[in-house]
Design a protein around this ligand. Structure first.
Ligand SMILES: [Zn+2]
Length: 305
């Protein structure tokens, strides 16, 4: 069973910026093939939850800058509509976890924007105001008895924000495959967590131009190791599609069908350990046609088509 949780505002970004609501318009025909739940307004207490994974100073700064359509960093423009879209995405993350906790076997896709995986505990950055998947992972582990959680991040960029938030925790396992070197410059193999989180971070950096079959083989091998060691009760996916060969922001060579293949592997992990519970969050993907084709194979695999 696959459902989509979407929202009434997708926001917008500055003209010419690669991360815009046009990305969601590009995938709308694909989303419409599946049952959708529409979020009309943010949860009134959503920022209380946001403050469990981000500093209050960061939340306040994002709110003030958004009100005046200011920048949070050189890559991260905002507007009042972006702020509203970010709060709706945070609300969707909470709702998705609560639905997954009630319904074994539930698979959810959240076409969230702006994306989230670069937002650290202290800092909005890299197009991201708040880290939606981190809020979901924290909510699941801390409040919904779904610990441990496995986050699988196949966006072409390293999810430095998600790694930062869980680096010292032993209840959320973070696995990222990403191009290296590339923005944001983190995600080396020796970064494996600290303290209670030691061994709970696994990075698979892939050089630019790596042949796609080789990259897929790396992914399968490491996902197998990671899932056997995490034994997750919930699987979350940072589904970025910017490792596609057509993407303008990176230099990897995946095809749309590869995202379907990775998704089937992740679904098998969820079925084996987590009663089939899986929630996927849209992260990057900046070529509209490649994004549409890749999301199509991802959702078909999530739906078991
Ligand atoms: Zn990305």
């Amino acid at each position: 069973m696959l459902r989509i949780i979407t929202s009434s505002t997708w926001g917008f970004a500055r003209l010419g910026h690669p991360e815009s609501a046009g990305r969601l318009e590009a995938i709308r025909p694909i989303l419409e093939k599946y049952p959708q739940e529409l979020l009309e307004s943010p949860h009134p207490n959503v920022l209380r939850h946001t403050a469990e994974v981000h500093s209050e100073r960061m939340v306040r700064r994002a709110e003030l800058r958004s009100a005046e359509s200011g920048d949070l960093d050189p890559d991260t423009p905002t507007s009042p509509a972006t702020w509203r879209a970010a709060l709706l995405a945070q609300t969707a993350a909470l709702l998705a976890v609560e639905e997954a906790a009630r319904e074994p076997g539930l698979r959810l896709f959240l076409p969230t924007r702006p994306p989230g995986h670069h937002a650290t505990r202290q800092q909005s950055m890299g197009f991201c105001l708040f880290n939606h998947i981190a809020l979901a992972a924290h909510h699941a582990a801390a409040h919904c008895a779904l610990s441990p959680v496995l986050v699988v991040d196949f966006d072409v960029h390293h999810g430095n924000g998600t790694q930062d938030i869980f680096y010292t925790r032993g209840d959320v396992f973070y696995f990222s495959m990403h191009q290296y070197p590339l923005y944001p410059g983190t995600g080396l193999a020796h970064e494996r967590g600290e303290g209670e989180g030691e061994g709970w971070t696994r990075n698979l950096p892939v050089p630019p131009g790596t042949p796609r079959r080789q990259q897929m083989a790396f992914f399968k091998e490491v996902l197998g190791e990671v899932s056997a060691s995490a034994r997750p009760r919930l699987v979350l996916v940072s589904a970025g599609f910017d490792a596609h060969r057509a993407d303008p922001l990176a230099n990897l060579l995946l095809e749309a069908e590869d995202f379907g293949e990775m998704t089937r592997e992740i679904v098998a992990v969820a079925d084996k350990y987590a009663d089939g519970r899986i929630i996927s969050f849209l992260e990057g993907g900046y070529d509209p046609a490649a994004l549409r084709e890749s999301v199509e194979t991802h959702l078909a695999a999530l739906a078991g088509d």
